[in-house]
Ligand binder design. Structure first.
Ligand code: GDP
Ligand code: MG
Length: 170
């Protein structure tokens, strides 16, 4: 029969990587060039049907600024899933993503489904992080990896769908 599950999901990553834009694309199907930066964190919810299960994502979009770092555990504690976002045109954002992965491995729920999103895949000419490098890192650390674009919508629904498929079924 049909099942409904609720899944708390947190987005983590550097300021400007595109966390809010990914959420806006997933939840509202929109993109804005001048997305306002997030203060503290913002909450959204969206449902997704996967086979006979309806997954209701309860999404926490965090700010990413260092000065809000101490708040992050409030959002990832108890989360079933995390999307760690970097910007493919910004090497430092990839390094920051790895720090978030380490923190989640040390402090997060051990069964958390973790996805690595290399965002802004539309900006190919400015690429600094190769997909091979990111894929290798993801594989070593038990994450799954997709390059996404909140701007073109490439792989945005897919990343949430892949997470939904990997969530433990009650
Ligand atoms: P956040 O700080 O991680 O939440 O990043 P934002 O969602 O606020 O995005 C930062 C900037 O990058 C904004 O100007 C967005 O319009 C832009 N942006 C976000 N995602 C993409 C994308 O996939 N492609 C391009 N070209 N720009 C993006
Ligand atoms: Mg934001």
């Amino acid at each position: 029969g049909n099942k409904n599950i609720n899944a708390k999901l947190v987005l983590l990553g550097d300021v400007g990587a595109g966390k809010s834009s990914l959420v806006l694309r997933f939840v509202k199907g929109q993109f804005v060039e001048f997305q306002e930066s997030t203060i503290g964190a913002a909450f959204f919810s969206q449902t997704l049907a996967v086979n006979d299960t309806t997954v209701k994502f309860e999404i926490w979009d965090t700010a990413g600024q260092e000065r809000y770092h101490s708040l992050a555990p409030m959002y990832y504690r108890g989360a079933a899933a995390a999307i760690i976002v970097y910007d493919i045109t910004n090497q430092a954002s990839f390094e920051r993503a790895k720090k978030w992965v380490q923190e989640l491995q040390a402090q997060g729920n051990p069964n958390m489904v973790m996805a690595l999103a290399g965002n802004k895949s539309d900006l190919l000419d400015a690429r600094k992080v190769t997909p091979e490098e990111a894929q290798a890192y993801a594989q070593e650390n038990g994450l799954f990896f997709l390059e996404t674009s909140a701007k073109t919508a490439s792989n945005v629904n897919d990343i949430f769908y892949e997470i939904a498929k990997r969530l433990p079924r009650v």
